[in-house]
Design a protein around this ligand. Structure first.
Ligand SMILES: Nc1ncnc2c1ncn2[C@@H]1O[C@H](COP(=O)(O)OP(=O)(O)OP(=O)(O)O)[C@@H](O)[C@H]1O
Ligand SMILES: [Mg+2]
Length: 199
């Protein structure tokens, strides 16, 4: 059984807590603290589908299976770190401050464009794209990419877009438009924002 130190907490969302893996600083362990575990099953299935399709994991944390821990069942994922070793911060963190957006505007805009292309090329379908579930990984002083850490997969009753490339593309494009709309709505006061978004 994996012994997780409560001090190793990286972050928490509405459903899960995310800890540094005790034996591997490149991985994290996520423990469900609220909500239902069917969600984990749906997620694990979708990751299985992506692994079978042999997609690129450049902008999506890879799932490494479930483990027993002192805090309950945990799901192991890649841990996203910046080039300096710090755990990467969320896109919400960067867009929440006009100063940070301005300071990082070039890497932010290329990273946003890069993520859209990644999702389309690898046919990765997401649920609602949210800035708190996407990390800006600084790969160098002035270079970065976005990495999705949560909310991939398809909650449709009959997930046709898991099987049809055309439907997947339409779905990804729709999700992306809504993502840009939600960023604009949430950060309306951030004057550095318009230059980052495509339309
Ligand atoms: N792979 C990762 N590498 C680094 N930090 C991470 C990673 N995954 C999650 N985090 C951090 O932990 C937080 C919570 O993780 P996660 O989004 O998986 O939890 P959640 O409860 O499922 O979220 P939600 O509220 O969106 O349902 C994230 O917002 C992020 O700050
Ligand atoms: Mg989350």
């Amino acid at each position: 059984m994996l012994e997780i130190d409560p001090d190793a907490l990286i972050g928490r969302g509405l459903h899960r807590e995310c800890y540094t893996h005790p034996d591997n600083r490149e991985r994290c362990v996520k423990i469900v603290v609220a909500g239902d575990s069917n969600e984990n099953l749906r997620e694990a299935r979708y990751y299985g589908l992506l692994a079978r399709r042999d997609i690129s994991w450049e902008m999506l944390t890879r799932f490494h299976g479930l483990v027993e821990t002192n805090l309950g069942e945990g799901a192991v994922f890649d841990l996203v770190r910046d080039y300096d070793g710090d755990v990467s911060k969320t896109l919400a963190h960067y867009l929440g401050s006009e100063e940070l957006t301005t300071a990082n505007s070039k890497p932010l805009s290329s990273a946003l464009a890069g993520l859209r292309v990644y999702l389309l090329e690898n046919r990765v379908v997401t649920m609602t794209l949210k800035t708190k579930n996407i990390l800006l990984q600084k790969t160098a002083e002035n270079d970065a990419k976005l990495v999705i850490v949560d909310n991939v997969g398809n909650s449709d009753f009959i997930p046709l877009s898991n099987y049809s490339a055309v439907l997947a593309r339409l779905k990804i494009e729709r999700k992306w438009r809504r993502f840009e709309q939600s960023i604009r709505a949430r950060h309306a006061g951030n004057k550095a924002l318009p230059s980052l978004l495509a339309c």
